[in-house]
Design a protein around this ligand. Sequence first.
Ligand SMILES: C[S@@+](CC[C@H](N)C(=O)[O-])C[C@H]1O[C@@H](n2cnc3c(N)ncnc32)[C@H](O)[C@@H]1O
Length: 221
Amino acid sequence: MEKDSLNYIANRKNAPLDKKGFDEWADSYDLDVKISDEDKEYPFEAYSDVVSGVIRLVKAQTGTRILDCGIGTAKLAKVLYNDGYSITGIDFSTSMLAKCQESMPLAKLILHDFSRGRLPADLDCYDAILFTYSIHHFDFDLQFSLIRGLGKHLSQDGIIVIGDVMTETLTDMQGIANKYDELWDDAETYPITEIYQENLPEFEVRYEGKSESSGIIILSK
Ligand SMILES: C[S@@+](CC[C@H](N)C(=O)[O-])C[C@H]1O[C@@H](n2cnc3c(N)ncnc32)[C@H](O)[C@@H]1O
């Protein structure tokens, strides 16, 4: 029964999800991710290690103002919220934001579509800006432009943390794309550390691998 839920992941191949697709996915999203994580399968292989790694990085810095971009059901953000962090979440799916509202009634939630490269007008200053499994919905040009724009909203010692399907090198990315062949989603652009380092020289870019196909990139000024 539980396994049926994974069909959502298998069926989305090469068909980028729009706002409606994410609205429809909101109810089964947490279960889909859990199954993919437990099966150690792309795309959510090591999801829980990625999320706990991001939480550890957030807690290692001293600030409490968090911006979660593509916040989804708030699986990650609600852990920080329950520990007293101030959460602002952005998403273009009203159903995903409704889930956030239920579990984090005091969070600031912003309905916004990043796909045109714009940022919401009412952003503040944040100590950690997070993208988990969300930045891959944009091509590299848009990823870098969003990161540069969001960098202006970072506190002095703030960090941008990206947890996702990712690799350190382009060669490694080509390797996992070949390995997962049938399941591989060409519509998504997964972060590659060496490409981030080349294109974002104004940031220090560090990589923490979590599995063959997933990890965390940490950007600081
Ligand atoms: C795969 S989910 C990840 C959710 C969550 N961050 C996590 O780690 O579980 C991707 C999220 O990004 C949001 N998203 C996708 N494209 C977006 C866009 N163009 N603008 C804003 N949010 C977007 C989706 O609605 C969804 O909630």
